[in-house]
Design a protein around this ligand. Structure first.
Ligand SMILES: CC(C)(COP(=O)(O)OP(=O)(O)OC[C@H]1O[C@@H](n2cnc3c(N)ncnc32)[C@H](O)[C@@H]1OP(=O)(O)O)[C@@H](O)C(=O)NCCC(=O)NCCS
Length: 179
C-alpha cells in the first residue's frame, strides 16, 4: 500500500449491512493468526460462534459495543475494531471508568501499514469522549506481533487470564492503557 493511499484510510461506524463483510474479514484474519493453534473442527466451531454473519450483526447492533471500520480508498473494508462497555476482568476490578478494546483486526494485505493504529486511536478517542479513563484488552500469549503493536501503542501488561477457543484452553495477557 502506497503512503498516499494509507493517508486515505477512513473510519466509520459499522452498519447492519456491513455484517457479512466483517464476518468474512474477521474469520479470515482469525484463521491466519490463530488457525495453527487449534484443530480444524475446533477452529470452525469458534468461527461459527464468533464470525458468523449473525454474530457480527449482533455485535453491530449491541448497544454496549461500537464497531468501527477502516475503509480503503476503493471503499473496501480493510479492518475493524470494537469498543466494548461493561466487560470485566479481575485484574482491573480495582480501577474505575474502564472500557475494553475487544477486537482489532486488519486484513492481511494491509497489516503493518498503520491501519491498526488508526483504528486503535479512533477507539481510544471515542472512549475518552464517552468518559472512560482506561482502555484494557486481552491478547493471546503467543500472539507476539499483536503484543508488540499494543506496546507501541502504550499498553502495559498487567495480568493473565484463561480463555477457550473451540474447546481448547489458552492463556491471554491483559494489557492496560491510561487514556
Ligand atoms: C495486530 C494488528 C491489528 C495491528 O494492525 P497493523 O495495521 O498491522 O499495525 P500498524 O501498522 O498500525 O502498527 C502499529 C504500530 O505497531 C508497530 N508494528 C506493527 N507490526 C509490528 C511488528 N510485527 N513488530 C513490532 N512492531 C510492529 C508499527 O510500527 C506501529 O508503530 P508506530 O506507531 O511506532 O509506527 C494486525 O496486525 C492484525 O490484524 N493482526 C492479526 C489479528 C490480531 O492479532 N489482532 C489482535 C488480536 S488481540
Amino acid at each position: 500500500m502506497a503512503a498516499a493511499s494509507r493517508s486515505l484510510i477512513t473510519t466509520r461506524e459499522a452498519r447492519l449491512d456491513d455484517a457479512a463483510h466483517v464476518a468474512h474479514l474477521g474469520a479470515h484474519v482469525f484463521t491466519v493468526t490463530y488457525g495453527h493453534s487449534v484443530a480444524a473442527h475446533e477452529l470452525q466451531a469458534y468461527l461459527d460462534e464468533a464470525y458468523s454473519v449473525e454474530a457480527c450483526a449482533s455485535d453491530i447492533a449491541d448497544p454496549n459495543k461500537d464497531l468501527i471500520l477502516a475503509i480503503d480508498p476503493e471503499g473496501i473494508i480493510v479492518g475493524f475494531g470494537i469498543l466494548t462497555r461493561g466487560s470485566k476482568e479481575p485484574c482491573i476490578a480495582h480501577l474505575e471508568d474502564y472500557v475494553e478494546l475487544q477486537r482489532l483486526y486488519v486484513s492481511t494485505a494491509y497489516q503493518g501499514f498503520g491501519v491498526g493504529k488508526i483504528l486503535a486511536k479512533q477507539l481510544e478517542s471515542m472512549a475518552r469522549e464517552q468518559g472512560f479513563r482506561y482502555m484494557w484488552l486481552g491478547v493471546w500469549e503467543e500472539n507476539y506481533k499483536a503484543q508488540k503493536v499494543y506496546e507501541k501503542l502504550s499498553y502495559k501488561l498487567i495480568g493473565k487470564r484463561d480463555f477457550v477457543v473451540g474447546g481448547v484452553l489458552q492463556t491471554g495477557l491483559i494489557m492496560l492503557k491510561e487514556l
